[in-house]
Design a protein around this ligand. Structure first.
Ligand SMILES: [Zn+2]
Ligand SMILES: [Zn+2]
Ligand SMILES: [Zn+2]
Length: 267
């Protein structure tokens, strides 16, 4: 039986499904013959980064629409999407948006897309046809843009946007109850660090071992962030082919592990 919402309107139970955990190239990379790219272990195969948050009222919140969206949702059995949140508009987080037309057709309704103004501006340029042709119906995703300008409620649950820096790009992380998702960042302000305190589960960008990287935290840098925030459990995401799943996990503390495509975590 599912848990219900707590008195304070916070979600009492949440399921996080990792659709993709790879960097922008994906792993294996095109034309790469390294050991990780050649690995037969599915945990070393990483599609572009995205998660689904399933609330305890069964609503599915998709975070980002990766270029592999269709394959990811079929693999993970995601039969409905109720809302989409965007972290930022880089291609690895946005370019699968057209695939959500299957959901808007099946559900007979448009799907709300939440993002900051820069992300929504980029989205409406890249997917201009979806807005220009919407009235014709059929074959186009039916989308509704919603600007994030502070904490917002979805299906009775509070979502707190967290400002992150990804080089010079402003990215949104999201905190829902005791869970937070912080992909694509290499700088977190003191205010945002405060918003990420006392977490059960943190998902954090950790692109590769070798520092520095101009736009992403590396594994040593992310371990430093984890030390400061001290969440109960952390999962790293957005990894390159330089990160072998099992040998890396063996080097990480027990409460910090690499996420992998298809991983499901309950919070
Ligand atoms: Zn990315
Ligand atoms: Zn490789
Ligand atoms: Zn990015």
């Amino acid at each position: 039986m599912r848990a219900s919402f707590s008195e304070e309107g916070r979600v009492a139970f949440m399921k996080i499904t990792f659709l993709g955990t790879g960097t922008s190239h994906g792993v294996p990379m095109i034309a790469c013959h390294c050991a990780v790219c050649q690995s037969k272990d599915p945990k070393n195969h990483r599609t572009r980064p995205s998660i689904v948050i399933t609330l305890d009222n069964d609503k599915n919140i998709l975070v980002d629409t990766s270029p592999e969206l269709r394959l990811q949702v079929i693999r993970c059995g995601i039969d409905h999407i109720d809302t989409i949140l965007f972290t930022h508009a880089h291609a690895d987080h946005l370019h699968g948006l057209d695939d959500v037309r299957a959901y808007s057709e099946i559900q007979g309704a448009s799907i709300a897309c939440y993002g900051n103004p820069e992300t929504l501006d980029r989205l409406s340029t890249v997917f201009e046809y979806a807005f220009r042709l919407q009235h014709l119906g059929g074959g186009i995703p039916q989308l509704e843009l919603v600007t994030i300008d502070g904490p917002f409620q979805l299906f009775g649950v509070e979502f707190v946007p967290i400002d992150l820096l990804h080089g010079t790009t402003e990215v949104l992380g999201f905190r829902i109850g005791d869970f937070a998702y912080a992909t694509d960042c290499n700088q977190i302000s003191p205010i945002s660090m405060d918003l990420l305190s006392d977490l059960e589960v943190l998902v954090l960008d950790a692109i590769r071992w070798e520092p520095p990287h101009p736009t992403h935290f590396t594994i040593p840098e992310s371990l430093e962030i984890v030390k400061q925030l001290n969440p109960k459990q952390t999962y790293f995401t957005h990894m390159t082919h330089g990160v072998e799943h099992h040998s890396t996990n063996a080097l990480l503390p027990e409460n910090v592990q690499l996420a992998y495509d298809g991983l499901v975590v309950e919070v």
